[in-house]
Design a protein around this ligand. Structure first.
Ligand code: DAH
Length: 340
């Protein structure tokens, strides 16, 4: 028995020195320490040993077993460490490499201009209100002093929906919604999408407007021009001024078309201003007393001014864009030019 143990110990040393993989380590366990391994065999053989010698022999076998287990554990620990070291090496990150840059996006030019416009009027104390894109006839037309069958309805080509509903043709309906909710003093902006059956280089079936409304005591056309002067100076150029021309809108009386002096040529005349020195930018006027009354506001006490600005038009003028479609095609080559 002792001879066998001695031979097995030598065999074990030899096997241990050859182990260089987890597979070999596993096989070692099976052969020596497994249920059918050599040490289990030794234990079984204990029955053949003389009774008196059995305890001492049992201890020898047991010591051998402990020794084999320790060797196994030590090797297994070593291998785990080597494996970890290898993984760390292969997964190493070189933190000195230059980082991958993610391209930064930018706001759509219409959003830039819309925000800029709101910023200018917010500086004058305007609040922002947004009305619905699907509007009813009452808000879009009737209460704005455009009765049914009135010829001024033809000024805008309307997309009608079921019943009394339509896609709003103008943000002016927002005026009614605001005056229904709030009594003077009122100073509000209504930005939003509007829809008209119209399409060419300067018209799109969907575009954006920004309505302005001020209602208080003693509001006059001069307030309108003063505010719009500040607006065009901040949006286009500090040296520009406005000019009011008589016009017609059903919801304002008097109504005006507002021109800005040409910021390209300083008023001398160029292709942008079609050699007139002036560029038309928006419409506005003094709120028609009927519109105030339609909202329960006493027109003998209060007066108001209103204006409607096309956001696409301002954007096209500001950046020299000659086709409105470019702003809706979402061609990145076009949009990327508006990065600040
Ligand atoms: N709603 C008009 C349009 O779409 C623009 C406009 C003109 C708005 C005069 C106003 C205004 O508030 O007073 O053409």
């Amino acid at each position: 028995m002792e001879e066998r143990i001695k031979a097995l110990r030598e065999q074990m040393e030899k096997r241990i020195s050859q182990i260089d993989s987890k597979d070999k380590l596993g096989a070692f366990w099976q052969d020596f320490l497994g249920k059918k391994g050599s040490i289990a065999d030794l234990m079984k053989g204990l029955g053949t040993v003389a009774k008196e010698a059995r305890p001492a022999m049992g201890k020898v076998i047991n010591d051998f077993k402990v020794e084999a287990e320790e060797k196994y554990r030590a090797l297994s620990g070593q291998m785990d460490q080597m494996e970890l070291a290898e993984r760390n090496r292969s997964e190493q990150v070189d933190i000195t490499l230059p980082g991958k840059k993610r391209p930064l996006g930018n706001l759509h030019p219409l959003t830039v201009v819309r925000n800029e416009m709101i910023g200018v009027f917010a500086g004058m104390g305007f609040e922002v209100f947004e009305g619905p894109e699907i509007e009813d006839d009452d808000h879009n037309f009737t209460r704005l002093n455009v009765p049914k069958d009135h010829p001024s309805r033809d000024m805008q080509d309307t997309f009608y929906l079921d019943g009394d509903l339509l896609l709003r043709t103008q943000t002016s309906g927002g005026q009614i919604r605001v005056m229904d909710m709030q009594k003077p003093p009122i100073k509000v902006l209504v930005p939003g999408r509007v829809f008209r059956s119209d399409s060419d280089a300067t018209h799109s079936p969907m575009f954006q407007q920004m309505e302005g409304l001020v209602v208080d005591r003693n509001i006059t056309l001069c307030d309108l021009q003063g505010m719009l002067d500040k607006f065009v100076q901040q949006i286009f150029d500090a040296n520009v001024k406005t000019r009011l021309r008589p016009s017609y809108f059903p919801f304002t009386e008097p109504s005006v078309e507002v021109d800005v002096s040409c910021f390209e040529c300083g008023g001398k005349g160029c292709s942008l201003c079609k050699h007139t020195g002036w560029i038309e930018v928006l419409g506005g006027g003094v709120v028609h007393p009927k519109v105030l009354e339609n909202c329960g506001i006493d027109s003998s006490v209060y007066s108001g001014i209103a204006f409607g600005i096309g956001i696409e038009r301002i954007t096209m003028l500001k950046y020299g864009i000659n086709n409105i479609g470019l702003m809706f095609e979402n061609d990145l080559r076009f949009l990327k030019q508006f990065k600040d």
